[in-house]
Design a protein. Structure first.
Length: 242
């Protein structure tokens, strides 16, 4: 009976959380719809619409589908070990969804359009990611930033690439140190992410090909570039130029 009550209570909590996510999701859609109407250039309108649809489908849509599939596996007669595994998966998925929502809202906020705000947000994300790990983070900021404004698509692409890069350091590099450095140039900016981990074979396309191609494609979309320098046993250096 207790197990049944726990299962029913968990299902109820998941439904409540899922409903909140859907409400936020719909709110973002309405916000983005209003944003589209503000774009006067038809080509920019189509590009923005495609980008938003892609991000919502690939990220939030897939995450919500995952939560639904997990909740459908729940039943009152489920043993505690199986229930714990599903609860853990749901928690991880919901945490990831909330992170994605936070990033989308941040990139759409016009108050965050400056280069300085973007790099400071990178600093915040890096600190939060590595603070409870065994990886020591060194984040080097310039003394001042130029008065450069970034479009929402630029902020979105740069943020996605940066997050994937630092997550790869934490998950795969086995590094003990990682340095993130922002270099301001005359007409551009460079973000360098360098670790002292195990490195990898850059030509192993089965493991790394898609991730590298996606990052390179997103940078080309905004007129920038993404390069990775690495060798087995010699760490990895990722370079974002824009």
């Amino acid at each position: 009976m207790k197990q049944k009550n726990k299962s029913e209570g968990f299902i109820r909590n998941v439904i409540i959380l899922f409903t909140l996510i859907v409400i936020i999701f719909l709110g973002i859609l309405l916000y983005q719809k209003n944003k589209l109407f503000e774009l006067r250039n038809l080509k920019a309108l189509e590009s923005e619409r495609f980008r938003i649809s892609r991000d919502l489908h690939d990220g939030l849509g897939a995450g919500i589908t995952g939560v639904l599939m997990l909740t459908q596996q729940l039943n009152p007669s489920m043993d505690s070990e199986r229930l714990f595994k599903i609860v853990n998966k749901v928690n991880v998925t919901l945490s990831d969804l909330l992170g994605q929502l936070s990033d989308i809202v941040w990139t759409l906020n016009v108050n965050n359009e400056s280069l300085g705000n973007l790099v400071n947000y990178f600093h915040k994300l890096s600190t939060e990611l590595f603070e409870d790990s065994e990886v020591e983070l060194k984040f080097e900021l310039p003394q001042q930033f130029p008065d450069r404004k970034l479009l929402s698509i630029e902020r979105r692409n740069l943020l996605m690439i940066f997050k994937e890069s630092i997550n790869n350091v934490l998950k795969h590099s086995t590094a003990t140190e990682v340095t993130v450095r922002c270099e301001i140039r005359k007409t551009s900016c460079r973000i360098v992410i360098q670790d002292n981990g195990i490195g990898f074979k850059i030509d192993d396309k089965r493991k790394y090909g898609n991730g590298l191609k996606n990052a390179e494609s997103r940078m080309r979309e905004i007129g920038g570039s993404y390069h990775v320098k690495t060798e087995p046993g010699k760490g990895t250096l990722m370079q974002i130029d824009f």
